[in-house]
Design a protein around this ligand. Structure first.
Ligand code: CDP
Length: 217
């Protein structure tokens, strides 16, 4: 298994998905689960800052994610939320629910069961705490980083229609809040840092795929 951590806008999701495709592996986006729970709280009229109410939502969460890199979807119950969970109102709510210990505990168990269920030769799992908490014993552990300006520019290009400044501010604030919960800016022991500041998308995917092939040869 390949564990990839990194801050917002580092290219984790797109690079992980493309690397999984090239390796013939499954792919798990763990941020989608935190985002889906934040979406579910908003849809249920629950204040994302009300931890007890958020924990109360876990039982009826009904979360499903596609792990085939060519068939990605995120569902809550019968609702496809693949696009809705990227909306800025969800991004703004997600850190509040991600810092609740019961939420993390519940989702980490869910991530591990999805990892155990893969029927491919491997799975690329990406998030904030995969190399340290979810799968510290993964065969390959990577921290994908990039300079802050580059990350902001990439993210605002993804979210067309939103001003670069607003996107940048939201991303920096989310990183600040998230880094109080998990240190995803410094590589833990045994974790290889791939800095994509000066790499384009294909070069970053190649760096990941080469490292995986080297480590698992
Ligand atoms: O791709 P981006 O960094 O924008 O975020 P994401 O991976 O979609 O994750 C969204 C949010 O979920 C993060 O801001 C964290 O608050 C939380 N998260 C987490 O706490 N642990 C993870 N393993 C993944 C995401």
């Amino acid at each position: 298994m390949v564990a990839i951590d990194g801050p917002a806008g580092s290219g984790k999701s797109s690079v992980s998905k493309a690397s999984a495709r090239e390796l013939g592996f499954d792919y798990q986006d763990t941020g989608a689960a935190y985002r889906a729970l934040a979406w579910f709280a908003l849809a249920s009229g629950v204040d994302p800052h009300d931890s007890a109410m958020v924990v109360g939502l876990l039982e009826g969460f009904g979360y499903a994610i596609g792990t085939d890199p060519d068939d990605y979807f995120v569902r809550v119950g019968d609702t496809d939320v693949s696009d809705a969970i990227r909306e800025p109102r969800v991004s703004a709510a997600v850190s509040a629910i991600a810092r609740v210990p019961e939420v993390r505990h519940y989702l980490v168990a869910l991530f591990r069961s999805i990892i155990a269920d893969t029927d491919r030769p491997g799975i690329v799992v990406e998030g904030r705490d995969i190399t340290t908490v979810v799968a510290p014993d993964a065969a390959v552990r990577i921290l994908l980083t990039a300079d802050e300006e580059v990350r902001m520019a990439r993210r605002s290009a993804e979210l067309s229609g939103h001003s670069a400044e607003a996107v940048g501010e939201q991303l920096a604030s989310r990183d600040r809040q998230d880094s109080r919960v998990v240190d995803f800016l410094n590589a833990a022991e045994g974790v290889t840092t791939i800095d994509s500041t000066h790499l384009d998308f294909d070069q970053t995917v190649s760096a990941v795929v080469e490292l995986v092939r080297l480590r698992t040869a």
